[in-house]
Design a protein around this ligand. Structure first.
Ligand SMILES: *Cc1c(COP(=O)(O)O)cnc(C)c1O
Length: 499
């Protein structure tokens, strides 16, 4: 049947309008005011270039590198750059992945297989500090490793090398160090941890997902601060992950996993020739694999280049330093630890200030700071990822002024309180035996309705989550999100409903 080009055009416009109006309710991804999840270089034209590059590779399938050699060429370019930046040598091997989580998953999978095949380890363990990214717990859960969690130093939030070393056993497949950690932005003692792992013949992964690109370029600059050794050239480090969709400012779906050599890397690959279809070799978890994010990442990395990233890193470093100092001078706030990178964790200094109330106030003022609930020795705090888009004096000043006002308002409002009787009742619940009614009741206690709709102010919700045992929170979070996602049920606002 012939289609009417005019009505197709009108329809396409409606579809795109609908996408635009959905996006209008999101946090902004540009401008630096969303201080988690998104990374803005602030450079003109970069976003447009990335979109054009992705469009050129839109239909390409990275599943079969033999029929799409363009994918191999782009991956080799990008991973060679990452290897040069982060201590690689002529033996370094790499895999381009869809993001930090996939890079961490593959590092763990590779280590598990390496331990099984070369050391006969059948019940593998993963040694991590309690500040290691959740992706490592996900890897352990998916790939059947047990996690040995080592508490960090309660003042510096850095892993203690001797404690990490003591946790290594004959079953250890991999030891993980962060450079830096997400929550506090501090670099673990990579040199000592990697040496301890090497002494036991165990692999060591450096999670430089968030900081690798930033720190690697920062140290190239003329005014570089002294940084501890953290990259692949550090003796004992056998793999390292670095995300491009963070401080390389590329669109989402881009990370690099470096290995000390190809012999190690092969352990994580999946190959299969015993089925009637095409022979399979997968370097990553995906099968069919979009090449758009790869092309976009390649284009952005080419465009900004080493000098460009070095300048951006230097600007971000100065802004983060000024910001941390400014925060320390706001009465009622303090910075947790001494951040080595561009991430700042801001806690209350003294009673009367609830950081999550500060976050609500900041959100009303147009800034998104990410709440981090209390855990271990780390009190409730707000996470700030400093990117190039906030890295100028005027914006830093605006942010500090807004924070000072928000703290004043938070002091006036007082902390979000949880009824102790309700909290005690919630603590009695067995997470594994909750009935649907109890789940709804527990969520209602946190202010979450049966539609999964969150209240406008999050401090009371977070206050409840914070007093619940982590196992109960772990049970409730999927319930909350499950209320948002429904395949069936009333369909609202799909393209067909555009009016
Ligand atoms: C962001 C991050 C990850 C996970 O990366 P995603 O790209 O979000 O999947 C892992 N480790 C650290 C330290 C991170 O900051």
């Amino acid at each position: 049947m012939a289609t009417d080009p005019v009505s197709d055009e009108a329809r396409d416009r409606q579809i795109l309008d609908r996408l635009g109006s959905l996006r209008a309710r999101d946090l902004p991804v540009r401008g630096g005011r969303t201080m988690a999840y998104v990374y803005d270089s602030g450079l003109a034209g970069v976003e447009e270039l990335a979109a054009a590059a992705a469009e050129r590779f839109a239909g390409v399938n990275g599943l079969d590198m033999t029929v799409f050699p363009s994918v191999v060429a782009l991956e080799n370019d990008i991973t060679a750059r990452a290897a040069r930046l982060l201590g690689g040598d002529e033996h370094t091997a790499a895999t381009f992945t869809s993001g930090g989580t996939e890079s961490c998953l593959l590092a763990v999978l590779t280590a598990r297989e390496h331990a099984r095949r070369t050391r006969g380890v059948t019940r593998p363990e993963l040694v991590v500090a309690d500040t290691a990214h959740a992706a490592f717990h996900k890897a352990a859960a998916l790939f059947g490793l047990s996690v040995v969690v080592v508490p960090v130093d309660p003042l510096t939030y850095r892993a203690r090398a001797e404690d990490m070393a003591a946790a290594i056993s004959d079953r250890t497949a991999l030891v993980v160090a962060s450079a830096p950690s997400y929550a506090h932005g501090v670099i673990d003692p990579v040199e000592e941890i990697a040496a301890a792992a090497a002494r036991r013949g165990v692999l060591c992964h450096v999670d430089a997902c968030i900081g690798g690109w930033y720190l690697g370029h920062l140290r190239l600059g003329p005014d570089a601060p002294r940084l501890p050794a953290f990259d692949l050239s550090t003796p004992g480090v056998t793999s390292l992950s670095v995300d491009l969709h963070k401080y390389a400012y590329t669109p989402k779906g881009a990370s690099v996993l470096l290995f000390s050599d190809a012999e190690l890397r092969r352990h994580g690959w999946f190959a299969h020739a015993s089925w009637p279809g095409y022979p399979v070799v997968n370097a990553t978890l995906q099968g069919s694999k979009p090449a758009g994010p790869l092309a976009a990442a390649w284009a952005v990395v080419e465009r900004i280049g080493t000098d460009g990233y070095t300048r951006l890193s230097s600007r971000v470093h100065h802004a983060a330093t000024a910001l941390a100092q400014g925060i320390e001078s706001i009465k009622g706030l303090r910075v947790l630890g001494r951040p080595d990178a561009s991430l700042i964790a801001v806690a209350a200094d003294g009673p009367g200030i609830d950081p999550f109330v500060v976050a609500d106030e900041m959100r009303d003022a147009g800034w998104y700071l990410q709440p981090q609930p209390a855990f271990g020795g780390s009190p409730a705090n707000l996470h700030l990822t400093v990117t190039a888009a906030v890295a100028d004096e005027r914006t830093v000043r605006q942010l500090l002024d807004a924070l000072a006002v928000a703290v004043g308002a938070a002091r006036e409002r007082g902390p979000a309180e949880v009824d102790p009787a309700l909290a005690a009742a919630a603590r009695m619940l067995d997470p594994d035996a909750l009935t649907p009614g109890e789940v709804s009741a527990a969520l209602a206690l946190a202010g979450v309705g049966d539609d999964g709709e969150l209240p406008p102010r999050m401090a009371p919700v977070l206050a409840v989550l914070q007093v619940l045992p982590p196992e109960l929170t772990k049970r409730l979070l999927p319930e909350l999100v499950g209320r948002l996602y429904r395949a069936a049920g009333p369909r609202q606002g799909g393209p067909a409903d555009v009016s």
